[in-house]
Design a protein. Structure first.
Length: 450
């Protein structure tokens, strides 16, 4: 058993003995820094790629290119007969590389956002799937897969992602049958059938996460199940359930996609298991648990009348604490409703009055607090405005209609219980066509916290 490694920025690949850690050989098939290495057990052949986009084949037995793989299957004779130079032609580099379980294909994800699937033996292109932002925008315009506001936010996140190292974490993998390729996009995780040449399923489309690294946990095979059942008799009755493990951009956790429905025995339990190290804000909140009980209602005194709010302090303690503390400190006094969109919502909470300002009581953004029982399923819902995941500050809005596309994107922390007519008056105000700002100022004069 051997292990191959490459140093950061080094073109050499070092082969170690797995048991003794002794260096067996040094492979120098690349002229530039090696970025990725994968091994095909079917062919007993290694594929490695450097930062110039050059993919090299080499034998795990001789550590050099062989026209016949370690199992006797014939490979291409000359690299000019292959499509391996396509990355140089398109001036892109390979970010991720994987080989199908049956050794028939290998797939790449590159900086031009294209998924390329090659025949392993001939290194000829089999499929190309373009996941560029221009193509995603065209698909969104034609099919409207997600709300336009959410798509615009994801598009901005993608442009930021391209500038950081995490973009290279995006992976492409095969399923156990080698008939499907699975990869993350800005619209979710795509499962594409290679023979049918179409996307057969999308996962996590409505999740507020940009998935990156993927791994597939295959179901237990019959042989394995028989062997393991000797140790655990219950395993032979277990349902086969392949599970996709994922990481997310700027997320300190991993996510699982499975074919099973959530356990419904405990209706109060949440889907997510939170096991991250507590943030600074979490520690501060824990230290202040002995303070007076959070308020359950407030009254917004506006220049058009009073709006009575019921607050969900049990479900969203951080958000309610932030809101009520600001209210007690007169933070919202004199602030206008700077954004009014008819038949949608009215927004306020920005001391600058233009939608660009405001901060939390902790001086920095704080995390979302989603709850399965708190949805944007009715008008007069009070919810936090944000710039993306976990960017809550001081701004909030009140809906005029049920906007379900905002679920799990904005924290619902209250409902209007009285003064709906005042909300409707604000929502009917004449606004600037470009900024959605009312021509006549409508203000929060003060807030009473109960």
């Amino acid at each position: 058993a051997v292990v191959s490694t490459q140093s950061t920025g080094d073109s050499e690949i070092i082969i170690y003995d797995y048991l003794t850690s002794d260096v067996i050989s040094t492979v120098t098939v690349h002229m530039s820094a090696v970025k990725n290495i994968v091994y095909s057990n079917t062919h007993r052949t290694v594929l490695s790629v450097d930062d110039k986009g050059i993919i090299e084949y080499w034998s795990s037995d001789t550590f050099k290119f062989e026209q016949k793989s370690g199992t006797g299957q014939r490979l291409f004779q000359y690299k000019t007969d292959t499509d391996l130079f396509c990355f140089l032609q398109h001036k892109c580099s390979v970010l991720n590389l994987s080989v199908s379980p049956d050794g028939k294909y290998f797939a790449t994800f590159s900086t031009d956002r294209k998924i390329r699937v090659f025949h392993f033996s001939s290194a000829k292109l089999f499929r190309v799937y373009d996941e560029s932002l221009s193509v995603a925008t065209k698909v969104q315009q034609e099919q409207q897969l997600i709300p336009s506001i959410d798509f615009g936010r994801r598009l901005a996140q993608e442009r930021d992602l391209e500038k950081v190292e995490q973009f290279g974490y995006s992976s492409v993998i095969f399923d156990d049958s080698s008939s499907m390729v699975i990869y993350p996009t800005l619209l979710g995780i795509k499962i594409t059938h290679l023979q049918m040449n179409k996307c057969v399923r999308m996962l996590g489309v409505m999740e507020n996460v940009r998935f990156l690294k993927l791994a597939l946990c295959h179901p237990v095979t019959r042989k394995q199940g028989f062997e393991l059942s000797v140790v655990n008799p219950n395993i032979k009755h277990a349902q086969q359930d392949p599970t996709i493990f994922c990481t997310g951009h700027k997320k300190n956790r991993f996510y699982l996609f499975t074919g099973r429905e959530p356990d419904q025995t405990n209706l109060e339990s949440d889907r997510d298991i939170l096991n991250e190290r507590p943030t600074r804000e979490d520690i501060i909140a824990a230290q202040t648990d002995e303070k007076a009980k959070l308020a359950s209602s407030t009254i917004l005194h506006t220049n058009l009348g009073d709006i009575h709010l019921r607050l969900f302090s049990a479900e969203c303690p951080r958000t309610v604490e932030n809101f009520t503390t600001h209210a007690k400190n007169n933070y919202y006094n004199g602030i206008i409703f700077h954004r009014v969109i008819k038949q949608f919502m009215v927004q306020t909470g920005d001391p600058l009055g233009d939608g660009t300002g405001g901060e939390s009581i902790w001086g920095s953004d704080f995390e979302d607090e989603f709850h399965r029982n708190l949805k944007h399923d009715r008008p007069y819902t009070v919810s936090m405005a944000n710039r993306g995941p976990n960017t809550n500050g001081s701004q909030f809005f009140i809906t005029l209609i049920p906007p379900p596309w905002l679920d799990n994107k904005h924290t619902v922390f209250g409902r209007v219980v009285k003064g709906m007519d005042v909300v409707d008056k604000i929502g009917a105000a004449k606004t600037h066509p470009k900024t959605d700002m009312p021509y006549e100022p409508m203000k929060i004069m003060s807030i009473t916290v109960k």
